[in-house]
Design a protein around this ligand. Structure first.
Ligand SMILES: NC(=O)c1ccc[n+]([C@@H]2O[C@H](COP(=O)([O-])OP(=O)(O)OC[C@H]3O[C@@H](n4cnc5c(N)ncnc54)[C@H](O)[C@@H]3O)[C@@H](O)[C@H]2O)c1
Length: 366
């Protein structure tokens, strides 16, 4: 059964947004499913280097253009907008080429492998008629939105500290290239730590990071999976050269400090744990469960929202896809600008550089 189409906006008089894909693998699948729910979007083309993936998209979208080379796709299909869903190393070049072709770009997280590439992307966006948006969905989560509102209303006072966690008990990816530093830029920190980091950073008002330090450890991913039980066995341990566990500390220009724990293989109770806590001089909070801790009427109180909108993974991801289309097609404000992506990239970059230098404090230049 085809998905339900969204109601047409009353103001909508322009032709549908023509969206193409560079990288048409697993996350592209979700982008497609959610974009298809809109009647103001047409999926026009796919570029991928994997024949099998292209065959699958050809069968699903018979009228779409199918390309083995994304540059050809840009010049022949001439899409209005592009979703870049390639492995991390291949975010920068297609994004820059698409922006130069005048396309709007939604690039999946992380925006790049490193700051050098991220800066080039932001520069290309500044010289393009196209907009560059970063695929951060967790800031759309109603729990994050609530805490951001509490922050904006001064409910935390000065934020002093954030504790951020993105941990899996034994969840080393056994697909894609997630264990290869040369194409991903790193392991769990850049793959899942980024989710918790981007939303926590957004919730505390996106302060400027100034320095970071980190320690990283590899102890399971580089060994055969038959030695241990795992959610996803048979990962490629021979090519695995990223961290299993990253512990980081980031300082901000406003004096706040944030610590971050991220792992594909942490000996913790739950199978997976994503959360953040905020401590300010007037109040604090946890994201999950969503509770604000503060003083009221001469007492210490814990406040829980009586109701929050659905925050299932697909619902939140739909908000991200809608946010992109509404921004580039209807000039609605975005909460995922490239400048936020650059700050998050700067933090990740500094954490990896610090770990390479034995955990030394590393300066961040935006
Ligand atoms: N926002 C999220 O929650 C989320 C979730 C999963 C993945 N991601 C991100 O999406 C990106 C892709 O991850 P995935 O899980 O879809 O990986 P994947 O391996 O399933 O898909 C990547 C696709 O890119 C294609 N590709 C590789 N080189 C290419 C090139 N030169 N030109 C065109 N296509 C090329 C591959 O053939 C593959 O089909 C990663 O950056 C990842 O971090 C984001």
């Amino acid at each position: 059964m085809s998905p339900k189409k969204r109601q047409q906006r009353p103001s909508e008089t322009t032709p549908p947004l023509r969206v193409a894909f560079i990288g048409a693998g697993s996350i592209a699948d979700l982008h497609l499913r959610l974009l298809e729910k809109r009647n103001d979007v047409n999926i026009t083309a796919f570029a991928d280097v994997n024949e099998r993936v292209l065959d699958q998209r050809r069968a699903q979208f018979p009228s779409a253009g199918i390309f083995a080379n994304y540059k050809q796709m840009l010049s022949q299909d001439k899409p209005d907008a592009v979703c870049v869903c390639t492995p991390n190393k291949l975010h920068a070049a297609p994004t820059i080429d698409a922006l130069r072709a005048g396309c709007h770009v939604l690039v999946e997280k992380p925006m790049a492998m490193n700051m050098v590439d991220a800066r080039r992307m932001v520069k290309a966006a500044s010289q393009s008629t196209g907009q560059l948006i970063i695929g951060f969905q967790h800031r759309y989560d109603p729990r994050t939105q609530y805490l951001r509102k509490v922050f904006e209303e001064g409910g935390f006072g000065n934020v002093l500290y954030g504790r951020v966690q993105a941990l899996r008990r034994r969840g080393i990816p056994n697909w894609g290239v997630f264990g290869r530093k040369e194409v991903q830029g790193g392991g769990p920190l850049i793959d899942i730590g980024i989710h918790a980091l981007e939303m926590a950073h957004y919730a505390i008002g996106s302060p400027n990071p100034i320095s970071a330090s980190a320690d990283m450890f590899t102890y399971i991913g580089d060994k055969p999976s038959n030695r241990v039980v795992s959610m996803w066995p048979d990962w490629d341990y021979k090519t695995y050269n990223v961290e299993d566990l990253a512990i980081g500390r980031i300082r901000f220009a406003n004096g706040a400090v944030l610590t971050l724990e991220s792992s594909f293989a942490a000996h913790i109770g739950p199978n997976s744990l994503m959360n953040f806590e905020i401590l300010g001089d007037k109040g604090g909070a946890t994201w999950e469960p969503t509770v604000v801790h503060t003083d009221e009427s001469g007492h210490m109180v814990n406040k829980t929202p009586a109701w929050l909108p659905d925050h299932g993974f697909e619902t939140v991801f739909q908000l991200k896809m809608d946010g992109f289309v509404d921004h580039v097609k209807y000039n609605q404000p975005t909460i995922c600008p490239a400048t936020d992506g650059l700050m998050v990239q700067a933090m990740l970059d500094a954490l990896y550089r610090s770990a390479d230098k034995g955990g030394r404090e590393t300066k961040i230049t935006l």
